[in-house]
Structure formats: C-alpha cells, structure tokens
Ligand binder design. Structure first.
Ligand code: BJW
Ligand code: ZN
Length: 259
C-alpha cells in the first residue's frame, strides 16, 4: 500500500472517504493512554495475585463478593479520575467526516462519551451502572469518589435498596450473555458497514471478537490499530502497528486533508 505523508496507507484514507457507514470497534488499549490499565494488565500490583479471567465471573462474585467488588471499585475510581485521550478525541472527530459512524466498545469506562462520541454501543456494560445481583434493580452510586488508591482492598458490596441482596457491577462477566439489543445493533452495523476499525483490543473475547470477522465476510474493509500482533492481523486488510493515541489523530488529519 502506498503511504501518504501521514504514514497512513492511502487505501485506508480512500476507503474512509468513500464510506457511508463506519464501525469503530474498541478495546481496553484505547483507554490505556488515559491511565486505565488494560483488562489483561488490570491485575498489577496487589491485584496480581488474582487472575482477571477468574475474577470477572459470576462464580467469583458469589464466592468472594468483597474481593470482586473491591477490584471494581478500584477500577471505577481509576476511570472517574481519567480523561479521554487523543484516540478517543480522534474517534469523535472522525464521526464528523463520515455519514454514519457507530462506536462499538468492549470498554466499561465512559471515555468515548466524554470525548464527544454520541453513538456508543457498550457490549460489556459499564463500571458506572451497578445493579442488584438478585432482583436486578439499578442502584445509584454516591457522588463521591470511592476510597482510593487502596489497591488490593476488599470492600463489601452495598445492599440492594429494594431487596437487600448484594449489589453487583453492571458489567458482562464470562459466561453471561451480552445485552441483546446492543449486541444486535453492533452485529447489524458490522454486517452493513463499509469500513470497520478494530482498535486496542486483543480480539480474544467472544462474541465481541466476531464483529471484525462478520464485517470481513460482508465485504467491508477492516483496519486494525494495535502496537502488537493479534489473531486479527492475518485477516485485516491493513494493520497499523502503533499506539491508538498516536495513530488515530494522524488518520483524522489524513482524512480531513484529502477532503
Ligand atoms: C493498545 C495500546 C495502545 C495496549 N493503543 N492498543 C469460544 C471459545 C472459547 C470460549 C468462548 C467462546 N465463545 C465464548 C466463550 C466464552 C467467553 C470467551 O470469549 N472466552 C475467551 C477468553 C476465549 N465469552 C463469554 O463468556 C461471553 N459470553 C458468552 O459467550 O455468553 C454466551 C454464554 C452464556 C452462558 C454460558 C456460556 C456462554 C462474555 C464475555 C464478557 C467479557 N467481559 C470482560 C469483563 C468485563 C468487565 C470488566 O472489564 O471487568 O470484558 S472480559 C474482558 O475482555 C473485558 C474486555 O472488554 C474484554 C476484551 O478485552 P480487550 O478490550 O481486548 O482488552 P485486553 O486487555 O485483552 O487487550 C488490550 C489490547 O490493547 C492488547 O491487544 C494491547 O496490545 C492493546 N494496547 N496499549 C492501542 N496504547
Ligand atoms: Zn434487589
């Protein structure tokens, strides 16, 4: 592929410029430069004695609600303090250059929204939407930041205001179904888009990782942005190996310059 002076292959710029519908599929790597640890790095320091894959399960919450709730409170505090980075901002800016753009994120933070993205589908829920583990009633967090930075601290989950059962984080754990409407919206968008970007995700967790494959099968151009190689590298039309906060602004510059 020929490179523009932004080092973004011209085929990528061309595909974006002629696109009617674009899907931006994101993972934890997009928020990494905001200081939010990626999922597979979120167990550093005192948390490193746990296994993320084991903590993010309904079984772990049942067995050790204080450990799991403590971990999510620590991550929620991190997310509340974080600000959107250049990648979030570039993605919001890109939406102004294409007729239709949907952000489909696996992230449980709200940095896409805070960067100005309006259409955001959260496949794995949110750190900021706790609900009852028994009756499902949505719960309201107090405004104050959770205590911090007590990494590794166990915290008992609060009791549901309706039934008294433990409150759980409003995220999707392993073995749980994705929110149906959101998943259908994401799947339809992937199957109908002209270009899909997969940014900052290890592309390991299903069914989310199916989205780039669905887009490819439907004939879309698939571009990946990640500093490392993932299982998607061999399928993507183009792999931009680099940090999202560095690559995405260059991409937006390239697209707006060639209008
Ligand atoms: C940068 C960067 C920078 C760094 N710039 N990039 C088929 C085979 C085997 C198992 C399954 C299967 N299908 C389904 C399953 C089971 C399971 C699964 O997928 N397991 C796999 C691990 C194999 N899936 C499920 O259980 C799903 N549910 C389901 O299938 O329901 C049906 C069912 C019902 C009943 C019984 C059985 C099945 C649900 C999956 C939910 C995942 N939830 C989590 C936790 C959410 C809450 C939380 O955050 O704690 O979602 S897991 C975790 O992984 C989190 C993330 O959203 C998700 C994806 O991770 P992500 O975003 O890719 O982050 P990382 O850390 O992995 O990668 C970061 C990337 O960024 C890296 O590549 C870096 O290089 C890169 N990066 N800096 C750009 N600056
Ligand atoms: Zn309840």
């Amino acid at each position: 592929m020929k490179n523009t002076h932004h080092d973004i292959p011209s085929a990528v710029v061309d595909a974006l410029q002629s696109a009617q519908r674009v899907v931006i599929f994101t993972g934890a790597g997009v928020s990494a430069e905001s200081g939010i640890a990626t999922f597979r790095d979120a167990l550093t320091g005192l948390w490193s004695r746990f296994d993320a894959q084991a903590l993010a399960t309904p079984e772990a919450f049942r067995a050790h609600p204080d450990v799991v709730w403590g971990w999510y409170e620590w991550r929620r505090a991190q997310a509340l303090r974080a600000a959107p980075n250049a990648a979030h901002l570039a993605i919001a800016a890109l939406a102004r250059h294409v007729p239709e753009l949907l952000v489909v994120t696996q992230n449980v933070d709200d940095l896409h929204e805070r960067a100005g993205s309006h259409d955001v589908a959260h496949l794995h829920g949110s750190l900021h939407a706790p609900r009852c583990s028994a009756c499902g009633t949505p719960q309201v967090f107090p405004d104050a930041l959770p205590q911090e930075p007590d990494e590794g601290r166990r915290i008992d989950p609060p009791a549901c205001t309706a039934c008294g059962a433990p409150v759980r984080p409003g995220v999707v754990w392993f073995g749980e179904s994705l929110p149906t409407e959101t998943w259908i919206t994401a799947l339809r968008a992937a199957e109908r888009c002209d270009v899909l970007f997969s940014i900052g995700t290890s592309a390991l967790v299903y069914p989310a990782a199916e989205l780039p494959q669905r887009a490819l099968a439907a004939g879309a151009t698939v571009v990946q942005v990640n500093p490392v190689v993932t299982p998607l590298d061999r399928y993507a039309h183009c792999n931009l190996h680099g940090a999202a906060a560095e690559v995405m602004p260059r991409l937006v510059a390239a697209v707006s310059e060639h209008l």
